[in-house]
Ligand binder design. Structure first.
Ligand code: ZN
Length: 291
């Protein structure tokens, strides 16, 4: 007998579409293939990858069939989609479609208002106070900071401690509430409309607790945003997504976005506050879910 992943015996895999391409700062193809493996190896998802046309190519050939899927994962960094595709994605989400937004996918399409509502917070591409407040966490509360200024900053990559802020949320419930994440690029100074947003986790950067995982809703649709998971410009640089904590929260966020609940057990290899753990094969080890 091989792996007996999660609830694969009973559940029908969630049909998932990863939309990817046009990100000059990231190894998007490798990251998307890694995310595909993480999702499929859980037994909970069956994944198709759709690559957009390259930079400068005709986007009229880009016609995703969102409505055929229970989950859409955005790992994309390029030009704003055509109006017809925007409308089709807005329909998909507002009718209850699930969405996961990966790392740098909070940067593009800054001139598409519905996408800014779905992501809740964004960075770079000219974003400033016109897009909404900076949002961060202080003394147990959200801070909405309307100070003018440019959105988006990151320093050198480093290991960091992730702190959970919504302990009863299905994505986080039962997991250790503080855990060490492997080396990653941490985005800070995010700003956006921040409507219907729930901050799930923060990291402390320069004394400020910055949102790093959150949810939004758009119509009946659920969106899970995870800005961890930098993958650099070559295939050797997907180490951030090898982190067990990254993979587990991604899987739980993906299931929640698609279904509204999480059936996954808390794995035994989840990182501790002072110790990261890795899943280099992008799959839970055989002993991860022993009773
Ligand atoms: Zn990055």
């Amino acid at each position: 007998m091989g792996l007996m992943p999660l609830s694969a015996q009973t559940a029908k895999p969630i049909k998932t579409l990863i939309v990817t391409g046009q990100d000059g700062s990231h190894y998007w193809r490798g990251a998307s293939e890694g995310i595909e493996k993480i999702l499929e190896n859980s037994g909970l998802f069956s994944v198709d990858i759709l690559e957009t046309p390259d930079f400068g190519e005709d986007m009229s050939h880009f016609k995703p069939r969102f409505q055929d899927y229970g989950l859409v994962v955005i790992n994309y960094g390029g030009v704003t989609w055509e109006k017809e595709i925007q409308k089709s994605f807005e329909d998909y989400v507002s009718k209850g479609g699930g969405v996961v937004i990966i790392h740098s996918s909070i940067i593009p399409m800054e001139n598409w208002p519905a996408y800014n509502l779905m992501t809740g917070l964004g960075a770079w591409n000219g974003r400033d106070e016109r897009w909404g407040p900076f949002v961060y966490w202080k003394d147990g509360r959200y801070v909405y900071d309307y100070t003018p200024g440019y959105a988006g900053y990151h320093g050198l990559q480093h290991e960091t401690v992730i702190e959970h802020r919504a302990l009863e949320h299905p994505i986080l419930k039962g997991l250790p509430t503080r855990w060490k994440h492997f080396k990653d690029e941490i985005y800070t100074h995010l700003r956006g409309p921040a409507k219907n947003i729930e901050i799930l986790a923060t990291v402390e950067e320069k004394g400020r607790h910055e949102p790093i995982m959150w949810t939004t809703t758009y119509g009946k649709g659920r969106v899970f945003v995870d800005v961890l998971g930098h993958c650099g410009n070559d295939p050797e640089m997907i180490y951030s997504i090898l982190c067990t904590g990254y993979q587990v929260t991604l899987l739980r966020g993906a299931e929640w976005a698609a279904t509204g609940s999480v059936t996954q057990k808390v794995p035994l290899d989840f990182p501790l506050e002072d110790t990261y753990t890795l899943r280099p094969d992008l799959v839970a080890p055989f002993h991860a879910y022993q009773e």
